[in-house]
Design a protein around this ligand. Structure first.
Ligand code: CTP
Ligand code: MG
Length: 233
């Protein structure tokens, strides 16, 4: 039977804010590259059939070596200049798959996505076409314009998005088709594309986890190392 669920691990970025001199997903935490943690989480999940890795240009060989030990690694392909372009590269690879295949897009920079979060996304995808993962914000978030508070949305309505974001392949394919035809397309995440170009499609939000942090800046690497040491057997 053809695979019904594909995890796409997006590792096409260069990690400018981390400033490590190479893509942050190649940095080690807990003795393993961040990319290996992320791919390993999907490889180990029984609901995932295959994993596609989208890697930053110039680092495909390293990514192939890191992901080769995982049985579900199906392809390592080159990403684009933006996250959107990297997602599109993965969608092109999946061009001939049927619309009802499920696809999860995950930031390679989130090494600690766990089974429970993936379970919740897959569970929600049984009934929905688009699923996001969110955590409540403990900080108050306000809209600032020209250095002045413009509005203060009630905190309980605000959610910080994480990944994976899950979709029926036909839905995300259609959303990107419309997005790519729009000369005014601005970079956003995959749910943002569905929200903007298929406004009739509800995006279900399931609970993420504070451990599922995105390693973005040097302080995050310190936190990630600590989390990895807690995880060690
Ligand atoms: N990503 C991608 N292709 C890009 C840019 C980003 O696949 N052209 C991926 C990153 O590798 C990362 C995820 O999208 O796993 C989230 O992006 P971000 O945290 O912004 O990573 P970078 O773009 O690498 O970091 P920075 O923005 O600091 O350069
Ligand atoms: Mg980026």
């Amino acid at each position: 039977m053809a695979t019904r669920t594909v995890a796409v691990v997006l590792a096409g970025g260069v990690g400018e804010r981390m400033g490590a001199g190479r893509p942050k997903q190649l940095m080690e935490v807990g003795g393993r590259p961040i990319l290996a943690h992320a791919v390993g989480a999907f490889d180990a999940h029984p609901g995932i059939g295959e994993v596609v890795v989208v890697m930053a240009p110039g680092h495909l060989r390293e990514a192939a070596a890191i992901t080769a030990p995982f049985a579900k690694t199906a392809a390592v392909i080159e990403g684009g200049a933006t996250r959107t372009a990297s997602t599109v590269a993965a969608l092109r690879l999946l061009d001939d798959r049927p619309d009802d295949v499920r696809v999860l897009f995950h930031d390679a920079a989130r090494p600690f996505v766990d089974r429970a979060v993936i379970d919740r996304v897959l569970g929600a995808l049984d009934a929905c076409e688009a699923v996001a993962v969110g955590v409540p914000s403990s900080d108050t978030i306000v809209v600032v314009e020209d250095g002045t508070v413009a509005s203060m949305p009630p905190r309980e309505t605000l959610t910080r998005f994480q990944t994976p974001q899950g979709f029926r392949l036909g839905t995300i394919r259609k959303a990107y088709e419309l997005a790519l035809a729009d000369p005014g397309l601005r970079a956003t995440d995959d749910c943002g594309i569905v929200h903007r170009y298929l406004p009739g499609v509800p995006i279900r939000v399931v609970a993420g986890s504070e451990r599922n942090l995105k390693v973005t800046q040097p302080l995050d690497a310190v936190i990630a190392e600590h989390l990895a040491s807690e995880e060690a057997p």
